[in-house]
Write a protein that binds this ligand. Structure first.
Ligand code: OSB
Ligand code: MG
Length: 366
């Protein structure tokens, strides 16, 4: 039984080392929401890593903060819970806002793991101790710049390269990467930048033997993805369109994808991620762990989820030094030779409260 004594909600902004451009726009700074839960002397952290505008999914940072402050936290503070299922049930009345759910659910998992004296990976049934990592490369201003980045990341040992594409920046970058680097594990991410009018380009990508094409069509549409998958041989992977295990079940039922990107933040946390994982394992569908440029606090939970046995493809889990000038922990996630260790507890990263205070832009306490 864990009683929630106090809940802190903090919106923070971390400066990036470089901007990150996708079909939906450019991310210049990372704005995200942290939850700090206090229970009987223990402190648990969780992150809801939205973006600062409604450009990826409708939810964005200020909204994540407000939904936690106005609806979710008041339903939890001063109450006691005997499991994370029990905890989730207390705010099941909230529709959507999966990043807000994730922030608080993860903070509960952190508390729960501490109270069990155990490690989160073991508690959820994770088996991998290391996770294979690929790099996600934003849209660049030139092909040469892109090729330079690919060379660097391959040299560092990343296990696959993902290239963001948009209409007009698709066939050429892929062709040039294949020409320069041969048959490396390569995939593309369209971030809903395409429509059915672009079918010829999406079909033309087939000749490059890509591992998958991630979310080319609309964020809220699986029907056209199913039609696309019937017309191309490259596996379609869904990201934006899968917000729950029910979404995943429907997408698989109509053949809208052959691979699913599981991002804990997008689907509402660790338990929902595990449900999608279990469904995909039962259907022989490979999954991998996506990212939202989380701080190491958010990446901690992503890594625990990615330790589940059905995660068989490299994760978007690049270390914070690639994206951030500073992180919110003293010993940030690192990636060595394309592998990230699954930490046994948040304590391994050592959360830095002073850094959190420094980068905080808005906070409230219940
Ligand atoms: O579509 O996978 C995406 C980052 C922000 C929003 C959407 C996406 C991404 C990434 C970055 O690709 C992956 C990472 O966190 O390393
Ligand atoms: Mg994506």
């Amino acid at each position: 039984m864990l009683k929630i004594d106090r809940i802190e909600i903090i919106r923070f902004e971390l400066p990036l080392t470089h901007s990150f451009t996708t079909a939906f726009g450019t991310i210049d700074k990372k704005s995200s929401v942290l939850v700090r839960l206090h229970s009987n002397g223990l402190v648990g952290y969780g992150e809801g890593s939205t973006l600062s505008a409604p450009i990826y999914v409708p939810e964005y940072d200020h909204e994540t903060f407000e939904v936690l402050r106005r609806f979710i936290a008041p339903a939890l503070v001063k109450k006691a819970f005997e499991s994370s299922e029990d905890f989730l049930a207390a705010f099941a009345f909230v529709r959507g806002h999966n990043f807000a759910r994730t922030a608080i659910e993860c903070a509960f998992w952190d508390l729960w793991a501490q109270s069990q004296g155990g490690n989160l990976r073991e508690l959820i049934g994770g088996t991998h101790l290391k996770v294979e990592v690929g790099e996600s490369l934003g849209i660049k201003s030139s092909i040469d710049e892109l090729l330079g980045e690919v060379a660097l990341r391959l040299k560092e040992g990343y296990k696959r390269i993902k290239v963001k594409i948009k209409p007009g920046w698709d066939l050429e970058p892929v062709r040039e990467i294949r020409r320069a680097f041969g048959n490396i594990p390569l995939m593309v991410d369209g971030n809903s930048g395409y429509t059915t009018a672009h079918l010829p380009v999406l079909k033309a990508l087939d000749e490059f033997g890509l591992m998958m094409i991630e979310q080319p069509l609309a964020y809220d549409d699986i029907i056209d993805h199913a039609e696309l998958q019937r017309q191309i041989s490259t596996p379609v992977c869904l990201d934006e369109s899968i917000l729950s295990a029910e979404d995943a079940r429907r997408a698989l039922a109509i053949g809208a994808c052959k691979i699913i990107n599981i991002k804990p933040g997008r689907v509402g946390g660790v338990l929902e991620s595990k449900k999608i994982h279990d469904l995909c394992v039962a259907n022989g569908v490979p999954v991998w762990c996506g990212g939202m440029l989380e701080s190491s606090i958010g990446r901690f939970f992503n890594l625990c989820v990615a330790s589940l046995p059905g995660f068989t493809l490299p994760a978007d889990m690049s270390p914070s030094r690639i994206f951030f000038k500073e992180d919110l922990v003293r010993r940030p996630l690192d990636v060595i030779a394309g592998l990230a260790d699954v930490p046994s507890s948040m304590e391994e990263y050592s959360v830095d409260s002073e850094k959190i205070d420094y980068y905080a832009r808005e906070r409230c306490v219940l």
